[in-house]
Structures are given as structure tokens and as C-alpha cells.
Design a protein around this ligand. Sequence first.
Ligand code: PNS
Length: 164
Amino acid sequence: MKRIAVYPGTFDPVTNGHLDLVDRGRRHFDRLIVAILRNEDKEPLFTVGERVDLLREAVSVWDNVEVDSFGGLLVDYAKRVSATMILRGIRVVTDLESEMQMAMMNRRLCGDLETVFMVPNEAYSYVSSRLVREVARLGGDITGLVPPIVAAALTRRFSATRSP
Ligand code: PNS
């Protein structure tokens, strides 16, 4: 039986911390599906389509990694794609509280689905999509925190709105 895992998230945008986790996770599963939540309530910077394209480009070097988007409950999506595991990252200990809550809620909704936590490289422990967006919006250097295609997309997005 193939071990299929889903790595769900908002990925607005994908960071090198996310990609570090994808690289760790893909070594332990036959297929890893990076699944972007379709939730326009969050007023994302990038549309789901843009995030899918950026992620597809960023993971294209890995054969067993796919990118998809989903709406509704994560457990229902996981069942649809025959995944038996959910992958999530724990950067710092404060991530654990909300991650445990999600893992336990998902277990209540679907007892067969296991949540697996992995720890990204400590070099990325402070990196979040929110901080990357903020630094990029204010013109700071985000080199090394996101893949070059994401840095270019952020520059394009904010150069249109930044005043001279
Ligand atoms: O990158 P994020 O914003 O931390 O990801 C959160 C995400 C997408 C994993 C979470 O919000 C989610 O799974 N949403 C889908 C809706 C759902 O299943 N909710 C109940 C599970 S706690």
C-alpha cells in the first residue's frame, strides 16, 4: 500500500521553511500532496491559482511531490486523495498548542488519519509567510527566505503599490 500524505496550509506565499519541510516529508512518504486551502476570507496576497503556480515551480525538482488546492474539511480532502497522514511543521514550541488542537480535532473527525509533525531546519524557525509579506511590502531584503520566483512575485506585487 502506498503511503500518501497531505501537507496542508495557506502558503501565502510558500517560504524556504515550507520547502525544507516538503523535502523532509517526501523522503518518508510515497506521495506527498501539498494542499492549499481555498479560503478567500483570509484576504490573501496571492490568489489560490498564483500560489499553486509558485508552489508547483518550487517543488518541480521532486518526483513524488504534487500541489493541489482544497475547500471544506481537510479530513474530507485527505479521504478523497487516499491519504493516511497529515504533515505539519513545528518551528518553535509555541506552534505546538494550535497544532495539537488541529491534530486532535482532525482525529476526532477521522480516527484513521494520523498527523505527523516534523521540525524544519532551525535556520527557518523564525520564518513565516506573514513576516515575509510584511518585510517585502516595506522593501526589506527577503533573499534566502523564499525561492527566487517567490521573491520576484513579491517584488512585482509590491512595486505596483509602493509610493516612490
Ligand atoms: O498555513 P496555515 O494557515 O497554518 O494552515 C491551516 C490549515 C489550512 C491547515 C487549516 O486551517 C485547515 O486544515 N483548514 C481546513 C478546514 C478544516 O478542516 N478545519 C478543521 C480542522 S482543525
